[in-house]
Design a protein around this ligand. Structure first.
Ligand SMILES: Nc1ncnc2c1ncn2[C@@H]1O[C@H](COP(=O)(O)OP(=O)(O)O)[C@@H](O)[C@H]1O
Ligand SMILES: [Mg+2]
Length: 433
């Protein structure tokens, strides 16, 4: 039996997450989501001989430019069923997969990552509980469902704190830093706007311009029959933020990539610096913690683990992402194995690849406002990179519309010392706006 038939025959035998199954090159990987992560996964997996099919609502999505695409909404059951039929194994590039679709895919196809990992990482409180259950520290936190609970939680934890929605936040959206007690009510209104609406007035008092009228308040209350689910976290005065991408294969092999030091601007990742500028002992510990979490959760595939490093070298895990992560893009040019190849290996149950770092690297994100200049800089004769000994590797995602703040690509700056990569970013002058 040829490799492809072997892979396909395996696919017919055991549906669901069940027993680990090895899928050899020639098998088809179905990806829920057709953005840049799916695209880079498909480019990397295609090089190994896998086939891909992506599901995405946007015509000509980044992944659809390099692989066949089913164009439909993410929660379209028929489209999900088609994806299941066309693929031998299913993965996803984002964690907010509709629960019904996740269940359908698990039933009708092979989803080695299962749906429990999604269920956990879609919700900050469940996620923190899972991290703690793996024996790994998170910032002190409290569950919050009302302004009164927020006040009580803030009194217990002490300010400053960060209030976050339990679900749906990204790039700093759905959260507010609270430094003084007077800011509690405003933060609650900002993070849980519907829940903060005042109870409908019986008569008289006019609604303030920014509070809904009685009918709207009722609509809002009906649309949100439950208390909002929020989490209040102690603000960690971190020395820096790092992340570790760990992988676990379907049969339980675990490996992690070297930690990246991450610098955010306006809550969007700007730079990843590798090696991270923290002592080696902390880097080792960070990898251990990430591996502990990925094992403790029985996760399959990649798990990105974001952490805070305090002045005295303590580590707190901030959040998880069960997929390739922006802070792991540096691996594409700087490690023996890229995070995308590693994800494919993990879900297809191949031995995991070597994660050794081959060279220091600085990854800089290219947002909409940087796109033209970054292409210019990376594609023209560049004396600065020669002088600094920096090799810029350009990755552009093929998004049809460029917008301010939208991730359009990234550049991996391979260098002898990360200081030289950082100097290149400074000198190209593109990232100042
Ligand atoms: N408890 C905290 N203490 C200090 N800074 C925090 C805390 N929580 C979040 N932040 C800051 O806000 C950023 C975004 O928060 P995060 O929880 O990672 O949400 P997102 O889903 O938007 O990435 C973090 O990268 C960090 O810089
Ligand atoms: Mg984050």
């Amino acid at each position: 039996m040829g490799r492809r038939e072997e892979a396909a025959a395996g696919a017919a035998e055991a549906p669901g997450a069940g027993t680990p199954r090895t899928l050899l090159p020639g098998a088809t990987i179905g990806v829920l989501g057709g953005g840049q992560l799916g695209r880079m996964m498909a480019l990397s997996g295609s090089a190994m001989g896998y086939r891909f099919v992506a599901l995405d609502p946007a015509q000509d999505a980044p992944c659809g430019q390099v692989t066949p695409q089913i164009t439909a909404a993410y929660n379209d059951r028929d489209a999900a069923r088609e994806l299941a039929q066309r693929a031998d194994v299913i993965t996803y590039e984002f964690e907010n997969v509709d629960a019904g679709v996740a269940a359908l895919l698990t039933e009708e196809s092979y989803v080695p990552q299962g749906s429990a990992l999604l269920y956990t990482t879609q919700h900050r409180l469940r996620e923190k509980a899972a991290i703690e259950a793996a024996g790994v520290p998170v910032a002190p936190y409290r569950k919050v469902g009302s302004l009164a609970e927020l006040e009580a939680a803030a009194a217990e934890l002490g300010l400053p704190c960060v209030l976050k929605t339990a679900t749906g936040g990204y790039d700093g959206k759905g959260q507010a830093v609270i430094r003084r007690p007077e800011e509690l009510a405003a933060a609650f209104r900002q993070v849980a706007p519907g829940a903060a609406a005042p109870a409908p007035q019986a008569s008289g008092a006019a609604a303030s311009p920014d509070s809904p009228g009685a009918a709207e308040a009722k609509d809002a209350a009906e649309a949100r029959p439950h208390a909002p689910e929020l989490v209040l976290e102690k603000f960690i005065a971190f020395q820096c933020e790092i992340s570790v991408i760990a992988a676990r294969s379907a049969s339980g092999e675990v490996k992690s990539f070297p930690p990246a030091e991450n610098i955010h601007v306006d809550n969007i990742l700007h730079l990843s610096i590798v090696p991270a500028r923290v002592p080696e002992e902390i880097q080792r510990r960070a990898c251990e913690l990430a591996e502990q979490i990925v094992s403790g959760m029985d996760a399959v595939g990649l798990l990105a683990v974001e952490m805070f490093v305090t002045e005295d070298g303590e580590l707190f895990v901030n959040e998880l992402a069960p997929r390739p992560h922006n802070s792991g893009h540096y691996t594409m040019d700087a490690c023996v194995t890229s995070q995308f190849e590693q994800h494919v290996r993990a879900i297809c149950n191949l031995p995991l690849g070597d994660t050794t770092l081959l060279t220091p690297v600085v990854m800089v994100n290219v947002l909409g406002q940087h796109l033209e200049g970054a292409i210019q800089a990376a594609c023209s004769a560049d004396e600065e990179s020669n002088r600094l000994g920096v090799s810029p590797k350009l990755h552009i995602y093929g998004k049809t519309e460029s917008k301010t703040g939208r991730k359009m690509g990234h550049i991996n700056l391979l260098c002898k010392d990360t200081g030289d990569g950082l100097a290149w970013v400074e000198q190209t002058n593109l990232w100042r706006n």
